[in-house]
Ligand binder design. Structure first.
Ligand SMILES: Nc1nc2c(c(=O)[nH]1)N[C@H]1C(S)=C(S)[C@@H](COP(=O)(O)OP(=O)(O)OC[C@H]3O[C@@H](n4cnc5c(=O)[nH]c(N)nc54)[C@H](O)[C@@H]3O)O[C@H]1N2
Ligand SMILES: Nc1nc2c(c(=O)[nH]1)N[C@H]1C(S)=C(S)[C@@H](COP(=O)(O)OP(=O)(O)OC[C@H]3O[C@@H](n4cnc5c(=O)[nH]c(N)nc54)[C@H](O)[C@@H]3O)O[C@H]1N2
Ligand SMILES: [Mo]
Length: 852
């Protein structure tokens, strides 16, 4: 998962599915081209012929929103052509020349026996555990059958002796349930057999019909990509918004993981499921928990049900085995950073001061899509809009503008006057009707402030300030500091209803009296609380920086805001000098020979470059591919090229190879079937919220029964009779998202002066539209006028036997800014999304078009 981009050069087959490397992620394309030059095959699965498709060997057009059918067909292809023909032979004589059985059997949960109640019913499209009233699943029957149980050994010499250390909060330790297995994969309830049954419906005919694909091209894609099933071969899948922006976007992502597991492509050089991340530092923002349910470092926020106290958090979140048995250390250390000396074992380290995310059924919901509904209902009355532009970027943007008009106050922190900062000036708004007070806080540009930034491959680096902020603009952290200290002063003066969460919070990120990102870096890295002197000449709290997260305690002895970042800023000799810290390493000497570049920057966690890298070796610890070695068991110890993502040594002694290769899960096996998603244990094809089809040939549910937001009146679902054309959206190289920065740049506007709707020659002819004509694109939510771009890059598709048109729109223009204005394309997209990640369905919806 999330390999660094230089690793793409190590691959044998590239699959860009729902991502456009060449136009939107040019640096990724550099490494893909390198692989291509060395003989790798390149496949692009995308509704249109992109510049990435132009570089590739195979372009396979797909109807937007049908990727799960595409992957399901691939699983069926692997089972029919690789697994089934070879399984009996492998079990008899160990032959795995065509297919990597060792990986499937030992490193995944294929052999695990599922609960006898587990079921999927194609007639209803539902898995076992469905509750029709709440429209949610009880995931109990998606678990395994238990063979035996093991309790934690917390005795003085036991592996978990730390649990009884003074200062550690009390909790009932988890019990490991060892699942029942069938290593011959014949038991009808084993994961493999249920999986095989599930995807036997995904035949080439059915899949090509749903996806609107040519069956021969589809088969060629399957044949080419599954050539990486051979031990020693690797395939990489690069994904972005074409996968995530759907009402089953998270299942799309799981679908890619499953594909890579079946092919033995996770944890090997040139493998992985690689997100091409978007906004600068989106990796960092995700790590930092910029979402309603995620706390920094992928721990869960406190909530009102199973995490309503620290004890409950520890009991619901601590894994029974694997590395997440250490979660108590991460959460207590986080609380120690959050509340400093106010956090003690007696007060549960301040856990109750944390706000609790409402989590009962029917509770208030603060996800992105729902906040705007809450504004309409008058529940949310004030809004901080910080470095984003939802009046333009959010789905159903017209609805967002109308919602904002209901606010008492709005604060916008940005470097340009965006559509959100001027929502009351939108062409469809009447300023006289709007009472919202809008405050604008000008922010410093990236060049005008220092700080930490992460790239898409988890590399943490430091950016120095180049110049002073312009005029009154300030770095965001200085604005935060001013607001925060003002709030604290008010609480001190007036008391307030519940001052403790505010006044007990530790806030000491200053150097020489000024807010500074370097003490924040100490907090992220972690330090010993009772620490020694750090030879630091500032007036700041003394630090004793940790060398890595292995040093964290659950007893209040360490503070650490981001356990995964621990080690990036660990040099106690120069705590204020970024250049002396691991994240600023700049050695271009690559000792690995395969581009790991381990001495350039710091890659979380532990400077590991390839996650789950133990899977690059067989059960004996020999690399599958000797030319691309990440590690090897010498018979006595592990010879490590990359940092080990498994237990390589314990108490100073080498640990010989075993089958515990995915140590971030309690099973320490990767999950083909999983109980971790709210909408199903296996990805199943559903139609988008707005679909052009009459039915779903694979199941009786048609759409994802768990899709998010579908009941809001504002979504105004359209039908295929009203709007027969599939619409999708994407970016162009010349502009950036809502265009605040790029539309202010005359040369960029000159090279890409407007948005457009891209359509096939056939559709244009049908509608009497010529290239360059102004066209109205509309549905129940909105209407935009843009020029037509009539191209051969879009072609009509045969979907389930009928001709289907699809069009694509760019989404970078709005009414704000000096140069380059235009209609807001997100007036068309539906405010519905994925029930796991809440990502909106920007990539598949219905429209109609006419000459304007
Ligand atoms: N120049 C430039 N670069 C950017 C950005 C920008 O605005 N401008 N934005 C940045 C950001 S924030 C992000 S998140 C990334 C986005 O990066 P990408 O996801 O690569 O960009 P998009 O153009 O949104 O969509 C990628 C492709 O998905 C295809 N697609 C649409 N629907 C589907 C579908 O259902 N299935 C499949 N398989 N494909 C589909 C589209 O045709 C498009 O070619 O780019 C980043 N890079
Ligand atoms: N139809 C459709 N809609 C989409 C997408 C799509 O593919 N199709 N993509 C979605 C995706 S992936 C994304 S990421 C969103 C992006 O949605 P937004 O984040 O709302 O869009 P941006 O234009 O990137 O807005 C970022 C704002 O931050 C400002 N900014 C830049 N640097 C700083 C800074 O240091 N501090 C502060 N305070 N502000 C700063 C910029 O000027 C800009 O106005 O759009 C989503 N919307
Ligand atoms: Mo993004």
């Amino acid at each position: 998962m999330t390999s660094h981009w230089c690793d793409f050069q190590n691959t044998d087959v590239i699959l860009n599915c729902g991502s456009n490397s060449v136009e939107n992620h040019p640096v990724s394309a550099l490494w893909l081209e390198k692989a291509h030059e060395q003989g790798a095959k390149w496949i692009v699965v995308d509704p249109r012929y992109t510049r990435t498709a132009e570089q590739a060997d195979i372009w396979c057009p797909i109807r937007s929103g049908t990727d799960i059918a595409f992957y399901g067909g691939m699983y069926n292809y692997i089972i029919e052509n690789l697994i089934e023909p070879g399984l009996a032979k492998y079990l008899a004589d160990g032959d795995m020349s065509e297919y990597n059985f060792e990986y499937l059997l030992n490193y995944t949960n294929a052999s695990y026996i599922l609960d006898p109640e587990y079921e999927f019913d194609p007639a209803t499209g539902l898995f076992s555990g469905w509750n029709e009233k709440t429209k949610t699943y009880n995931v109990h029957s998606w678990h395994y059958e238990t063979e035996s149980t093991e309790d934690w050994d917390t005795s003085e010499t036991g592996a978990y002796s730390w649990v009884t250390k003074p200062g550690t909060p009390e909790f009932t330790t988890p019990t490991l349930t060892n699942p029942k297995k069938d290593m011959t994969l014949q038991d009808p309830m084993c994961v493999y057999q249920q999986f095989k049954k599930h995807y036997s419906r995904y035949t080439l005919d059915t899949v090509s019909g749903i996806c609107g694909m040519d069956k021969d091209v589809l088969e060629l894609v399957y044949k080419t990509y599954t050539s990486t099933a051979k031990p020693g071969k690797a395939g990489t899948v690069l994904y972005a918004l074409g996968q995530t922006q759907h009402t089953y976007g998270a299942q799309n992502t799981r679908a890619m993981c499953i594909m890579q597991l079946l092919l033995g492509n996770i944890g090997v050089p040139g493998g992985g499921v690689n997100a091409l991340r978007g906004e600068p530092n989106v990796q960092g923002a995700t790590d930092m928990g910029m979402m309603v349910n995620e706390h920094p470092a992928y721990l869960k926020w406190a909530n009102t049900t199973d995490r309503s106290s620290l004890r409950k958090w520890l009991e619901s979140q601590t894994y029974s085995d694997g590395y997440y048995t250490n979660k108590p250390k991460f959460i207590v250390s986080s609380l120690k950073e959050w509340f400093g000396e106010n956090a003690t074992v007696e007060n549960d380290y301040g856990y109750d001061w944390w706000p609790k995310v409402p989590s009962e059924t029917g509770a208030v919901d603060y996800t992105h899509i729902s906040t705007f509904e809450l504004m309409q209902q008058g529940v949310i009355k004030g809004y901080f809009n910080w470095g984003m532009n939802p009046c333009h970027s959010a789905p159903n943007a017209g609805n967002v503008r109308r919602s904002m008009a209901n606010l008492d106050w709005l604060v916008v922190a940005d470097q340009v006057i965006t559509e959100s900062a001027s929502f009351w000036k939108a062409p469809d708004m009447n300023p006289a009707d709007i009472d919202t007070t809008v405050y604008y806080l000008p922010c410093a540009l990236i060049y005008e402030k220092p700080g930490i930034i992460l790239n898409s491959g988890r590399w943490i680096q430091y950016r120095y300030q180049a110049c002073e902020p312009w005029d009154q603009a300030k770095p965001d952290y200085e604005m935060c500091d001013l607001i925060w200290t003002a709030i604290c002063d008010l609480y001190r003066k007036e008391g307030g209803a519940n001052p403790d969460p505010i006044l007990k919070t530790k806030w000491d990120y200053y150097v020489d009296g000024k807010m500074d990102p370097r003490p924040v870096a100490w907090a992220l890295n972690g330090y010993r609380v009772a620490g020694t002197d750090c030879n630091c000449d500032s007036k700041n709290p003394k630090t004793d920086l940790l060398t890595g997260y292995a040093e964290l305690g659950a007893d209040g002895s360490t503070a650490c805001a981001m356990w995964i970042y621990s080690g990036m800023w660990s040099n106690n000799k120069a705590p204020l000098d970024p250049a002396e810290q691991p994240l600023c390493r700049r050695s271009t000497e690559d000792k690995s020979g395969i581009g790991l570049n381990s001495e350039w920057a710091f890659s979380w966690p532990s400077n590991r470059r390839i996650l789950y890298n133990r899977n690059s070796c067989d059960m004996q610890g020999k690399p599958w591919n000797a030319d691309k070695k990440l590690m090897e068991w010498t018979g006595e110890k592990w010879d490590l090229v990359d940092q080990a993502d498994f237990v390589a040594a314990k108490d100073g002694k080498p640990v010989p190879p075993n089958n515990k290769t995915f140590f971030m899960l309690w099973e320490q096996k990767a999950r083909l079937e999983s109980y971790g998603m709210v909408d199903g244990p296996l990805p199943e094809h559903f139609e988008p919220f707005e679909s052009p089809c009459d039915d779903n040939p694979l199941n009786g549910a048609f759409q994802n029964p768990c899709a998010f937001g579908v009941n809001y009146a504002s979504t105004k679902q359209g039908t295929k009779e009203q709007y027969p054309i599939v619409g999708t959206t994407y970016s162009v190289t010349e502009h950036w998202q809502t265009g605040g920065q790029t539309r202010l740049c005359p040369s960029l506007v000159e090279s890409m002066p407007s948005q457009f709707v891209e359509m096939s020659e056939e559709l244009a002819a049908e509608k009497g539209i010529k290239n360059g004509d102004e066209v109205r694109v509309f549905n129940n939510r909105g209407s935009v006028v843009v020029p037509a771009l009539v191209t051969k890059r879009f072609a009509p598709m045969i979907v389930n036997g009928k001709m289907q048109h699809q069009v694509g729109l760019t989404h970078h223009f709005g009414w704000a800014d000096l140069y380059g204005t235009g209609d807001v394309v997100n007036d068309l997209t539906p405010n519905v999304g994925d029930p796991n990640s809440f990502t909106p369905e920007y990539k598949a919806f219905l429209v109609d078009i006419e000459k304007a």
